[in-house]
Design a protein around this ligand. Structure first.
Ligand code: FES
Length: 121
């Protein structure tokens, strides 16, 4: 459960009004970014780190979805991922997954719900 020390990520309304959010986090003592988005009326978050060549999904474009809006896509080489599981659908990394981050919603506000995660900004 989110505690008083946790910073809010955004409101649910804000998340549904945008394509995605990027937040700087410290996760397991590593500074990295997280992607947060709404898909099929649910909220999802992943470490923004493609397992192919360790680049952020939005490294080449200000986008994390493909043109269909059905898959996450890394803008470096175009590998696609299931937005609900983070599982890569492209042959080279098939079966590997983006690192999912648990979210918690309290009164319309989203928080990360991970032990080793601090929201930096
Ligand atoms: S670095 Fe993501 S597809 Fe290559």
């Amino acid at each position: 459960m989110a505690n008083d020390k946790l910073k809010p990520i955004c409101t649910l309304n804000e998340l549904h009004e945008t394509r995605f959010l990027i937040r700087q986090i410290s996760y397991k003592k590593q500074p990295i970014s997280a992607i947060i988005f709404a898909f099929d009326d649910c909220s999802y978050a992943y470490v923004n780190h493609c397992m192919h060549m360790h680049r952020p999904l939005n490294c080449e474009q200000d986008a994390i979805f493909d043109e269909t809006g059905k898959y996450l896509r890394c803008s470096m080489h175009g590998f696609i991922f299931d937005p609900k599981t983070g599982e890569c659908q492209s042959p080279v990394c098939y079966g590997q997954s983006l690192q999912a981050l648990r979210l918690e919603e309290i009164d319309g506000i989203l928080y990360f719900s991970e032990k080793h995660l601090t929201l930096i900004d």
